[in-house]
Design a binder for this molecule. Structure first.
Ligand SMILES: *[C@@H]1O[C@H](CO)[C@@H](O)[C@H](O)[C@H]1NC(C)=O
Length: 396
C-alpha cells in the first residue's frame, strides 16, 4: 500500500464518514442524578433569574419628565449691621422662576450704596503702599477690586493702600455672619410638581397623585414614613433626610439633590407606579483642604438717587441650591424580548448532556466501559472483495 493512497483515504474518511448519534442508555443513578440536577439548575436560572429578577420578558423605556417648583415662607431679620428687614419669596429665591433647580438664599453680605467712584483698595500685601510711586496708574489686577488711579490713600488711620476706580465703598466679605442670616429658611416649604411620561408605552403621570385633592394639598407635608405621597417638602426635613444639619449648611451654602425615582413595572396596576423620593448632598461637604467650601455668587440691585446718581446694592449670596433629578425606567411585557431571552436561556439546556458525559467519563468507576461504548466505529461484516470496494474507500 503506497503512502499517497493512505493519505487520500484518511482525507476521504474525514470528509465522508457520516456520524450519527446512537442512543446509549446508562442505567446509573449517579449519572442520571447529575444530568437531572444540571437540567434543574438551567430551568431555575431561566425562571428565577431571567424571568423574575431581570424581568427579561419586558420591553423597557426611560422616563421623560419636567419639573416646576414653588417655595413658600417668610423671614424677619434684625441684626446690628443691617436695618430690620422682612423677607419673602421674591427676596430669597434667585432667579424667581423655579425649575428643576432652585436656589434659596440663607446668608449674605450686603454692601449698600455703591457708586462709581474712587476709594482705597482693601489692604493686602500687593495693595499696601507708602507713597504714590508704589501705585502704577491704570494697572488692573483681576483679583483686585478696580483700576488703579496712581494715588496712595489712607485706608485707615494706620494702613495706606492704592486708590482704585470702582464701585465704592468696596465689599468686605469677611463680614459673613457666622450664624445664617435667614435661619428661618429651615421652615420654608417647597411644592415640587413633576410630570413624567414613558413615550413608548404612552404612559403619563404626575407626582400629585389622582387621590390628592386641593384641601389635602393645602395642609400636607412630606414625610417618608407618614406621608410619602405629599409633594410639599419642608427644607429642614429634606436636609435631615440627606443627613445634613440645616443651620450648618446654611452658613456657607451647598448643593442638595432631590432624587425622584419613577421605576415602574407597568404589567401591574398603573396605580402602583408612584414616585420615590430620596435626598443627598451633591457637593463636597468637607473638602479635604477646607478651601472654598459651599456655594455663593454675587448680584446687585440698581437704582438712582434723587440727585440722579446711579447707585447699587451689592449682595454676595450664600445659600442652598436644590437640584431635582428625575430618573427611572419602566418595563412592560413584549413578545420579542420574551422570545429572544427565553431562547438564549434555554439554549443552555443543550450543554447539559456535555456535563453528564464529562461526569460519566471521568468520575465513574465503570468509565472505561462507558467510553468504549460511547463511540462505535461501524466495521462491516466481511463481504466479497468487489462489493466492499464500492462502499468503503478501499481495503487493506
Ligand atoms: C421652625 O419651626 C419650628 C416648629 O414650628 C420651630 O420650633 C423653630 O424654631 C423654627 N425655626 C426657626 C429658625 O425659626
Amino acid at each position: 500500500m503506497s503512502k499517497s493512497t493512505g493519505c487520500c483515504r484518511d482525507f476521504l474518511h474525514y470528509v465522508f464518514d457520516y456520524e450519527t448519534p446512537k442512543t446509549l442508555v446508562i442505567p446509573s443513578i449517579r449519572v442520571g442524578f447529575v444530568f437531572r440536577f444540571t437540567q434543574l439548575l438551567v430551568v431555575l436560572y431561566t425562571v428565577g433569574y431571567v424571568c423574575v429578577v431581570q424581568k427579561a420578558y419586558q420591553e423597557t423605556d426611560s422616563v421623560v419628565s419636567t419639573v416646576t417648583t414653588k417655595v413658600k415662607g417668610f423671614a424677619f431679620t434684625n441684626i446690628s449691621d443691617m436695618e430690620p428687614r422682612f423677607w419673602d419669596v421674591a427676596d430669597y429665591i434667585i432667579p424667581p422662576q423655579g425649575d428643576h433647580s432652585f436656589f434659596v438664599l440663607t446668608n449674605l453680605v450686603m454692601t449698600p450704596g455703591q457708586t462709581q467712584s474712587r476709594c482705597a483698595e482693601l489692604p493686602n500685601p500687593s495693595t499696601t503702599c507708602v507713597d504714590d510711586c508704589d501705585c502704577v496708574e491704570g494697572y488692573d489686577d483681576p483679583r483686585g477690586n478696580g483700576i488703579r488711579t496712581g494715588l496712595c490713600e489712607n485706608y485707615s488711620s494706620t494702613v495706606k493702600t492704592c486708590e482704585v476706580l470702582s464701585w465704592c465703598p468696596l465689599e468686605i466679605d469677611a463680614n459673613l455672619p457666622k450664624r445664617p442670616l435667614l435661619a428661618a429658611a429651615e421652615n420654608f416649604t417647597v411644592l415640587i410638581k413633576n410630570s413624567i411620561t414613558y413615550p413608548k408605552f404612552n404612559f403619563h403621570k404626575r407626582n400629585i397623585l389622582p387621590h390628592i385633592n386641593s384641601s389635602y394639598l393645602k395642609t400636607c407635608e412630606y414625610s417618608r414614613k407618614t406621608d410619602p405621597d405629599c409633594p410639599i417638602f419642608r427644607l429642614r426635613h429634606i436636609l435631615a433626610e440627606a443627613g445634613e444639619d440645616f443651620q450648618d449648611m446654611a452658613v456657607k451654602g451647598g448643593v442638595l439633590g432631590i432624587l425622584i425615582d419613577w421605576s415602574c413595572d407597568l404589567d401591574w396596576w398603573p396605580g402602583k407606579c408612584r414616585p420615590k423620593y430620596t435626598f443627598r448632598r451633591l457637593d463636597d461637604k468637607h473638602p479635604d483642604n477646607n478651601v472654598a467650601p459651599g456655594y455663593n455668587f454675587r448680584f446687585a440691585k440698581y437704582y438712582k438717587t434723587p440727585e440722579g446718581e446711579e447707585t447699587r446694592t451689592l449682595i454676595k449670596a450664600y445659600g442652598i441650591r436644590f437640584d431635582v433629578i428625575v430618573f427611572g425606567t419602566a418595563g412592560k411585557f413584549g413578545i420579542v424580548p420574551t422570545i429572544v431571552n427565553l431562547g438564549a436561556a434555554l439554549s443552555f439546556l443543550s450543554l447539559v448532556p456535555m456535563v453528564a458525559d464529562w461526569f460519566m467519563l471521568t468520575c465513574m468507576k465503570k468509565r472505561d466501559l462507558y467510553s468504549r461504548q460511547k463511540v462505535t466505529y461501524l466495521v462491516e461484516e466481511p463481504q466479497t472483495e468487489s462489493a466492499s470496494m464500492s462502499t468503503t474507500y478501499g481495503t487493506q
